[in-house]
Design a binder for this molecule. Sequence first.
Ligand code: PBG
Length: 329
Amino acid sequence: MYPLKRNRRLRSNESIRNLVQETVITPNDFLVPLFVVEGKNTKEEIASMPNYYRFSLDLLEKEVKELWQLGLKSVLLFVKVPENLKDNKGTEALNPNGLMQRAIKTVKNAVPDILVMTDVALDPYSAYGHDGIVENGEILNDASAEVLAKMALSHAQAGANFVAPSDMMDGRILTMRQTLENESFYNTGIMSYSAKYASAFYGPFRDALDSAPVDAKDIPKDKKTYQMDPSNRTEAIKETQMDIDEGADIVMIKPGLCYLDIVRDLKNAFQVPIAVYQVSGEYAMIKAAAEKGWLNHDAVVLEQTMAIKRAGADIIASYFAKDVVKLIS
Ligand code: PBG
């Protein structure tokens, strides 16, 4: 008798395929990254991220209301800092009336129940485009962690639900957690970018925030002394273990598609929610190929989102969140 098992039976029509579908995407899976700029009635398209924008606070308010209507209930905020406010220490990052702090309040006022997460790293504030303080050609670890903890506190004071340190300094989760506890922010969550790779896929994001490392004497040209080497796998487990031990509530792997093996490793190893960031370069590649008519945009977006979730992501930070939610509704 041949064949005894016919796997195609379970694929023979859409109803049976839906019945046995293992991975399902819902609006609850998404964290929506949002870029904020100073100004009024400003919506600037990011050149290398077609159909993605930087919003001034008034339009940010409109955008988050729309997200909420679509069932997208969590956002991740990034700000584009005016050049004249940048320095080496991220002074502006601690300004209680800075753009990030105002953005947090704007979003919370517009949609009180939306979950607000904030990027914590110095690069948008750094005159040198680094995530920490630069001295003698080095990115200082402990001094940077101290500033980042103050920055996290400032975001919590402005009303952020979660802070999301994306800097990869050692020990920063503990420094941040202690600072938040000392100031009685017991309920402020930490989503740590714990396995963040030194990736070439961040290019469009650095365009969006004008935050690339500057080309100057004694300034490291890349972020390889703090972000991880793409060739490493066990190191991701070590990094993530440390962040969980130091008090992270959610851990993140970044970028997405090239690192789904890491996602599965961490999903199997740890009992905390796993977030994956499908980054700007991943977005740009799909947009560019679709523009040329070489790929079916919607189908590829759904397939990649599905792959990220199937690999083990509980949370997906994605510039495609709105597209996906519209496609699946
Ligand atoms: C910086 C930061 C980066 C991203 C998020 N936070 C870029 C970098 O590390 O240079 C990248 C996000 C993306 O590419 O979409 N702390």
